[in-house]
Ligand binder design. Structure first.
Ligand SMILES: Cc1cc2nc3c(=O)[nH]c(=O)nc-3n(C[C@H](O)[C@H](O)[C@H](O)COP(=O)(O)OP(=O)(O)OC[C@H]3O[C@@H](n4cnc5c(N)ncnc54)[C@H](O)[C@@H]3O)c2cc1C
Length: 213
């Protein structure tokens, strides 16, 4: 007998769950449901646009999507378009893989000012996430401070410091790429700026995580 499973969230967690289930239970039928029209979750919208190697994991998920026993249903937000109860009634099992995206507040005065942007919002804009179509106003920006020195801070600094040529093989949305390069990086010393803008307070036992950073 075929059992039906709903996986809510088409990010890596959802796809790895689907992969694991199908390997051990070949008689399943799985629907992967996402509020966005496209699959891949933050692989598409969170990973920096010039890190195509990291994004390549999406090809593995596309192979799953080609299977007849797995369907992707986009543009459906559970809790808005369908209730969790309705989902539970329609499937034999429901897996929640909805991720966790919130820009962490620092609790310092001024952090809600318009020119202060959390990295999730900023990288979402660079990657064309539909929730962040409107980018920051960069028209008067001549210098940027990136607070933190983890890999996402370095992603942001690197994208700001790279030239348009260096970003040519990325999948940055054209409007964001043009805004970043026109407004900030053409300014003299921009590449120097890329080396200066990181502000962190990690101790030596917490250096940057990856060699390429
Ligand atoms: C700015 C940023 C940069 C990052 N850079 C890297 C990196 O370079 N390398 C790396 O390995 N990791 C990176 N990460 C982390 C990585 O993206 C996450 O660890 C990973 O995507 C988490 O996978 P997930 O499936 O749990 O969640 P997500 O990828 O967030 O997927 C969850 C999915 O659930 C959907 N969803 C949420 N609520 C609902 C609902 N109610 N109904 C239907 N669908 C819903 C969302 O639309 C989303 O598609 C980064 C993250 C951020 C925020």
């Amino acid at each position: 007998m075929t059992h039906r499973v709903a996986i809510v969230g088409a990010g890596p967690s959802g796809f790895y769950a689907a992969d694991g289930l199908l390997r051990t239970n070949p008689d399943l039928h799985i629907d992967v449901i996402d509020r966005l029209p496209t699959p891949h979750g933050l692989i598409r919208a969170g990973v920096a646009p010039d890190h195509q190697g990291t994004k390549a994991v999406a090809r593995q998920f596309d192979r799953l999507l080609a299977r007849p026993d797995l369907r992707f249903a986009g543009n459906i937000e559970i809790g808005r378009d369908l209730s969790w109860d309705e989902l539970g009634a329609a499937y034999d099992a429901v897996i929640v893989a909805t991720g966790m995206v919130v820009d962490k507040k620092l609790g310092v005065p001024g952090e809600d000012l318009p020119h202060v942007w959390g990295s999730w919002r900023f990288v979402g804009w660079l990657n064309g996430h539909p929730d962040f179509r409107q980018g920051p106003d960069l028209s008067k920006v001549k210098s940027v401070a990136v607070i933190g020195n983890g890999n996402v801070a370095l992603d942001v600094a690197r994208v700001l410091a790279k030239s348009a040529d260096e970003m040519a093989k990325s999948d940055i949305v054209p409007e964001a790429g043009a805004a970043v390069k026109n407004e900030i990086v053409h300014d003299h010393g921009a590449r120097e700026m890329g080396r200066k803008i990181l502000q962190g307070h990690r101790r030596e036992q917490h250096p940057c995580e990856r060699v390429r950073d």
